[in-house]
Structure formats: C-alpha cells, structure tokens
Design a protein around this ligand. Structure first.
Ligand SMILES: [Zn+2]
Length: 62
C-alpha cells in the first residue's frame, strides 16, 4: 500500500498533501517574479507611497 504521492517534477515520494520542495521552490520563484514584475509596472506609485512613509517616519524621528 503506498500512502504517498510521487512528485511529477522530480519523482520524490511525498506524504499526502505535502508539497515537494522543488515544486515549492518553483512556486516561490514564480511568485517572486510576479511580484517583481508588478512592482516594476507600478514602480512610480510604489516608490511614491514609500517615500511618503519614509518622510513621515523621519519627521516622527526628529
Ligand atoms: Zn519534486
């Protein structure tokens, strides 16, 4: 009886519901790439709000 899943990417034996490390890493990379792409496309808006936050923090610090 085999109560484990086999990773379709690397063939590793996994517990039921356990994601393989290689799949997780790939998803993380995809999410990271997506977030980077998103940040790039909204670069002006993001950097604007960030500089506002930094300015407010600096004012509070002073
Ligand atoms: Zn795998």
């Amino acid at each position: 009886m085999a109560y484990y899943n086999t990773c379709p990417n690397c063939g590793a034996n996994l517990d039921p519901g356990e994601p393989c490390d290689c799949d997780t890493e790939r998803k993380h990379r995809e999410e990271f790439y997506k977030s980077v792409t998103r940040k790039k496309s909204r670069n002006g808006q993001l950097s604007f709000s960030f500089s506002k936050e930094v300015t407010g923090y600096e004012k509070t610090a002073y």
